[in-house]
Design a protein around this ligand. Structure first.
Ligand code: UPG
Ligand code: MN
Length: 779
């Protein structure tokens, strides 16, 4: 068969999903329009001054509804044309024709990122199934920690001496040693002969030795993140393999380089984006493709580079293809996954949806990006002298922009000039060069936001016309460590919210910056991401205002006429006797002409909006492998994040915008705590977190419990249920979702329960809110 004519990949539109999605979008939009109509109409109905509390509360709730609807509307772009893809790596050209790849692994803080785990990621990258002379692995150590450098040398010895030869000889699929020996992925390797078993035992023993050596290195040095040091660039291949395997056939190995950029306390270093913008790899290998990995994301499928090449080498799409993104998947997800740590929605709905448009966003890790798309392209026609002004006097570096630049042979890497050049490039001025550049050459990973991945994807990829592709094979290409306790989940989400809102409030706001450069649907996707943290506004509103109103007998939703007919309307004539029938001026419906019909209709509209959004969510969860339990977990964590991280993240972004705060990137904790892991495995929320993050959850739950009880009592006393039906239901819904909070306050005795001090404080705050709120509503 002629391999040159067969496609390397195919993409298919998910037809049934598109149809379901578009029909749902249409129906739901109509319902939302009806809802908005009802709200606006009712404002014009209520004219009596005595109804100020009602008008005011309805206005607040309506604002919430508008924001929620707007974000929902933007999110419909993901649903418009989801695709899935098939690849045929077996049709790739011969090894000799494959392009070179640089792997960039970032690590920053050895106290949060266990050295052994980082080394496992490094080893899995060295062991990728790709021609070794075309693979170059760089570890960027942002912590500038000698422990990492020393451990890397050990990792190199183990990989070269034992691990890589073993993987190659037996075609091992799981190339991260820790995962392999734990058997996490069910290593059903084909070989099982006695020779294999003997080799496996030997390698296992060597791995144990390697582990204890790394442990010893850690024990023997103080782990400090050094923020004041010069640049260190070291090629590890030169390290001697003292106790290497007896077989004397020298195993061909990829290049392994340690890079730690210069850091000075007085100079901003721009976190991960700064680490990625180092030009050191351009000097040493300058491969046309770069794989970026977080230090916890090990290569789980050694063929990922070949899979990515199915797109990157396809002549039809290659010229405009900027990067291939793989999903972030995690090895430590429990069955219940209480925190939705797997981000099902992002990697099953959002990315697949964008893949059918201009392509998915950059998600920070697990993507193969074209070097040219990152920086060389826009600089092509700028002259060399001008470049020197921005990039400094490094001739070699400027030469590396050229398409045909061949770096000096790294075998002679100890050559003094090369090391001088690279150290120069890793020094502190070099990584904020994008700030100095004139506009058209603003390139590389951008610094404005701590969500550098999202921001770079928007401005430097999709807005410059690059496309991207989402590659989601059955066997996860990379596996990372997900955050599995409430504190880490919320801290991480706060950083993301802040980073996203920062972009939303900047001049790069996708809804303003995007439309001229991207399709409307792609712009909507980016817009949804920039503004979804604003969910905190409607969610705070819906969890407090209707409840406060319920306790004060103010209806903010249309009444349920089914109930009312049964309870009150028997024998009374609403046409002529409104006041008597509906009580004294409560609810907009009381002043309507054709009350019964209109109200009934709009009650249906509100119910429809609620049921339709929940059903759609359930449909999406179930069709992407989730269960009803996942639906509840996702609803709950969405609410939790909205009232905490999204609020704080947005405030943080606003403060940064106003210059009241500096950017901060706290790496997430990758150290597993036994007790916390146990709670996560059991599906119990671990409430050990700061009071800032915990108190809102407790306060809102208490408010809803109180209002639910108050609402039901009121209905029993007055015999009226219809006008407040939605409010009572809403409180009940929130209380149900907040059940773990109630359990954590009252029933649980373990370490992860809610501390009594927080409960007491929250009861106080809730009571103050309800009394003050009632005062305001009754003036
Ligand atoms: O100053 C820094 C801070 C972080 N990192 C590295 O960046 C990576 C991501 O950091 P992590 O703490 O794991 O953050 P996550 O929240 O898990 O990261 C997600 O979100 C980030 C943006 O907020 C993206 O950069 C990541 O790729 C994405 O996985 C890690 O390897 C860190 O070592 C640095 O190199 N320098
Ligand atoms: Mn991470």
């Amino acid at each position: 068969m002629d391999h040159t004519t067969l496609p390397l990949h195919l993409s298919h539109v998910q037809k049934s999903s598109s149809i379901i999605n578009r029909s749902h979008t249409l129906l739901h939009s109509i319902a939302l329009i009806a809802l908005i109509y009802y709200r606006i109409a009712s404002f014009f109905q209520i004219t009596k001054p005595s109804n100020f509390p009602t008008t005011f509360s309805c206005l607040l709730v309506f604002t919430g509804e508008l924001i929620l609807s707007f974000i929902w509307f933007l999110g419909q772009a993901y649903r418009f044309r989801p695709v899935y893809r098939t690849i045929f790596p077996e049709r790739l050209p011969e090894n000799a024709e494959l392009p070179a790849v640089d792997v960039f692994i970032c690590t920053a803080d050895p106290s949060k990122e266990p050295t052994l785990e980082v080394m496992n990621t490094v080893i899995s990258a060295i062991a990728l199934d790709y021609p070794p002379d075309k693979l170059h692995v760089y570890l960027s150590d942002d912590g500038g920690c000698s422990v990492t450098l020393e451990a890397m040398k050990e990792a190199w010895r183990f990989a070269k001496g034992y691990w890589v030869p073993f993987c190659r000889a037996y075609g091992i699929k799981t190339r991260c040693p820790e995962a392999y020996f734990l058997g996490e992925e069910g290593n059903n390797e084909s070989s099982s002969g006695s020779e294999f078993m003997a080799d496996r035992e030997k390698v296992k023993e060597k791995y144990e030795n390697f582990k204890s050596r790394v442990m010893r290195i850690r024990q023997n040095s103080t782990i400090i993140v050094n923020r004041d040091h010069t640049a260190v660039v070291e090629v590890i291949n030169d390290v001697s393999i003292d106790e290497a395997s007896q077989e004397d056939k020298a195993e061909e190995m990829p290049l392994l380089v340690y890079v730690s950029r210069e850091k000075r306390p007085s100079l901003p270093h721009h976190f991960k984006a700064g680490a990625l913008n180092l030009r050191v790899s351009a000097m040493i290998s300058n491969s046309p493709y770069i794989l970026v990995l977080d230090c916890d994301m090990y290569c789980n499928d050694p063929t990922s580079a070949r899979q990515a090449m199915c797109f990157l080498l396809d002549p039809k799409i290659s010229p405009s293809l900027g990067f291939v993104q793989f999903p972030q998947k995690f090895h430590n997800i429990s069955k219940t996954d209480v925190y939705d740590s797997q981000f099902r929605y992002a990697f099953k709905v959002l990315f697949q949806g964008m893949d059918g448009l201009q392509g998915p966003i950059v998600s920070g890790t697990g993507f193969y990006i074209k070097r040219e798309a990152l920086y060389a392209n826009p600089i092509k026609d700028v002259d060399v002298m001008e470049l020197k002004q921005y990039f400094g006097p490094s001739n070699e570096f400027i030469k590396s922009f050229g398409r045909h630049y061949k770096p000096k042979d790294h075998q002679h890497s100890s050559s003094v000039t090369l090391m001088k050049e690279t150290q120069y490039l890793a020094s502190s001025e070099r990584y904020f060069w994008t700030e100095f550049l004139p506009k058209p050459t603003k390139v590389g990973f951008l610094y404005l936001s701590v969500a550098e991945d999202y921001f770079t994807g928007l401005v430097n990829m999709h807005c410059k016309g690059w496309k991207s592709v989402y590659c989601d094979p059955v066997r996860p290409a990379f596996l990372g460590a997900a955050t599995t306790n409430l504190n880490d989940v919320l801290v991480q989400s706060t950083r993301w919210s802040s980073g996203l809102v920062e972009v939303g409030l900047s001049r790069f706001c996708p809804l303003i910056y995007g439309p001229k450069k991207m399709s409307a649907l792609q712009t909507m996707c980016y817009g949804e991401l920039a503004f979804f943290p604003f969910y905190f506004l409607p969610l705070w509103c819906f969890a407090t205002i209707p409840q406060l109103c319920l306790l004060n007998g103010i209806a903010v939703y249309p009444e349920d006429v089914f109930c009312k007919r049964k309870l009150f309307c028997v024998g009374c004539d609403p046409e002529n006797d409104n006041a008597k029938c509906y009580g004294s001026g409560i609810g907009p419906a009381a002043y309507w002409g054709d009350v019964t019909v209109a109200s009934n209709w709009f009650f249906m509209v509100f119910s429809f909006v609620f049921l339709s959004s929940q059903s759609k969510h359930i449909q999406e969860v179930l069709s992407t492998g989730g269960s009803m339990r996942s639906w509840i977990n996702e609803q709950r964590i969405w609410m939790i994040k909205s009232v905490t991280c999204h609020l704080y993240g947005s405030l943080d972004a606003i403060m940064k915008r106003l210059g009241m705060k500096e950017a901060n990137f706290m790496p997430t904790n990758k150290v597993m705590d036994v007790e916390q892991t146990r709670l996560y495995q059991m599906g119990k929320i671990d409430f050990q977190t700061s009071i800032m993050l915990l108190a809102p959850l407790v306060i809102l739950t208490i408010i809803n419990v109180v209002s639910f009880v108050g609402g039901v009592t009121r209905a029993m006393v007055t015999g009226k249920f219809s006008d407040m039906f939605i409010q009572v239901f809403l409180s009940l819904f929130i209380v149900t979702m907040g059940y773990p909070v109630i359990e954590g306050m009252i029933l649980r005795k373990d370490k992860g329960r809610i501390p009594p001090s927080v409960s007491i404080l929250s009861v106080l705050v809730s009571m103050i809110f309800l009394s003050l709120g009632s005062l305001v509503l009754n003036v």
